[in-house]
Design a protein around this ligand. Structure first.
Ligand SMILES: [Zn+2]
Length: 390
């Protein structure tokens, strides 16, 4: 099959823009020649892309660097504070948001509580949060990115299905865009988290990556060739509801033995419910972390079992995708190295040894802001893509 020429050119151009921007963000101040070396693009292509980016105000020249014999090269940098973006995450117990600059530095943070499983309440809290962040941003931001649980049609900005919020075919992007007059982009939160680690996590040497987000739910985001891979129906990485234990514990989707029912934070908290009161903390998660750190055997068993279940699922992902770089994000990563080790060792045993050998599995670098940052990264990618479309 041949792709339409125009579509192919457009995709190449967007890809080049992302490569150049990422090189400047990661290694700036940097010269055009060094960008060409780092990205393997031609000098002409780099110059063209840099021209487009500086016209859009996303790149600036900051003077000349040291000369290596010839004329000293002009250095480029992202004007970090030239524009701002808003990133939001609709989480299990709260909606959280950040205002970030073009480099992903967080300038302002806010959050509002959400009653569990109440989709209408989540929407009203989201509106309030957006108003607050618009005020904090001052000058009108580039736009708004939103990470949400569920199956999301990113192109249409529609949440097809979010079990935890009881949303079906919710036109979330249009709704927020109508209220604010800004461009709005929506993606699944695990996919957003993957974009965040990819864009802001400084995993410079990786070519592809899988980020697994483990919280109350479980999902994966897949980056291939510097792009978020979403599958044919935007559902790539929806691994949480694959059956892994026949007749296992009940899952919130209504079935039995899903990966979420044995490997998620919810699975752990339900299993240790009776012992949590012994440990200090203002939330169940804090109590569980305190007990885990102090060696409570019931909590340790629950957390490490959950890690092993996740590891087995990762084995399948390693063999299917042959992606050597896997990052674990989300609230469950608060259990740290022992949980990571349980995931890691089981994944290595579950995958084909030749593939498992070279696979790196580690904790994400961005901490609890990862989904909001991912939503901002989604917006940035999309807006830069759009700005090149004319
Ligand atoms: Zn399920």
């Amino acid at each position: 099959m041949r792709l339409p020429v125009k579509a192919t050119h457009q995709a190449t151009r967007e890809h080049n823009v992302r490569l150049v921007l990422r090189a400047i963000a990661d290694m700036g101040p940097i010269s055009r020649a060094d960008i060409a070396r780092r990205t393997s693009l031609t000098r002409t292509t780099v110059s063209d892309v840099v021209g487009q980016l500086s016209d859009a105000g996303l790149v600036m020249e900051i003077g000349r660097g040291p000369s290596s014999g010839g004329k000293a090269p002009i250095l480029l940098q992202i004007p970090r504070d030239a524009r701002q973006l808003i990133g939001l995450h609709i989480g299990d117990e709260q909606v959280r948001g950040v205002v970030v600059n073009l480099a992903g530095d967080i300038i302002h943070r806010a959050q509002h509580a959400v009653h569990g499983r109440d989709g209408a309440h989540a929407l009203s809290q989201l509106d309030a949060l957006v108003d607050e962040l618009m005020l904090a941003a001052g000058t009108p931001p580039v736009g708004i990115g939103i990470g949400t649980p569920g199956l999301v049609d990113t192109q249409a900005g529609v949440v097809r299905w979010a079990a935890s919020l009881d949303w079906r075919d919710l036109p979330l992007a249009t709704r927020v865009a109508d209220r604010t007059g800004l461009p709005v982009y929506v993606a699944n939160d695990s996919q957003a988290a993957a974009l965040a680690e990819w864009t802001y996590g400084r995993h410079v040497e990786a070519r592809a990556m899988v980020a697994i987000r483990v919280g109350i739910g479980i999902g994966a985001g897949i980056i291939i060739d510097d792009r978020l891979y979403q599958g044919d129906g935007f559902g790539a990485g929806e691994i949480g509801h694959t059956t892994v234990v026949d007749d296992g514990p009940p899952c919130r989707c209504g079935r039995l033995g899903c990966l979420e029912s044995v490997a998620s934070l919810r699975a752990v908290l339900e299993r240790v419910e009776g012992t949590l009161h012994r440990w200090p903390g203002t939330s169940e998660l804090e109590r569980a972390c305190a007990g885990f750190g102090a060696g409570d055997p019931a909590i340790r068993d629950a957390v490490l079992d959950a890690g092993r279940h996740l590891g087995r699922a990762l084995g399948g992902i390693i063999d299917t995708l042959d992606i050597r770089y896997i990052v674990l994000v989300g609230p469950m990563s608060l259990f740290g190295q022992p949980w990571l080790e349980a995931v890691r060792s089981t994944a290595r045993r579950s995958a084909l040894p030749l593939l498992a050998e070279g696979t790196i599995i580690e904790l994400g670098k961005l901490g609890p802001d990862v989904e909001e940052l991912g939503a901002a990264a989604l917006l940035m990618t999309a807006e830069i893509g759009l700005s090149q479309a004319a």
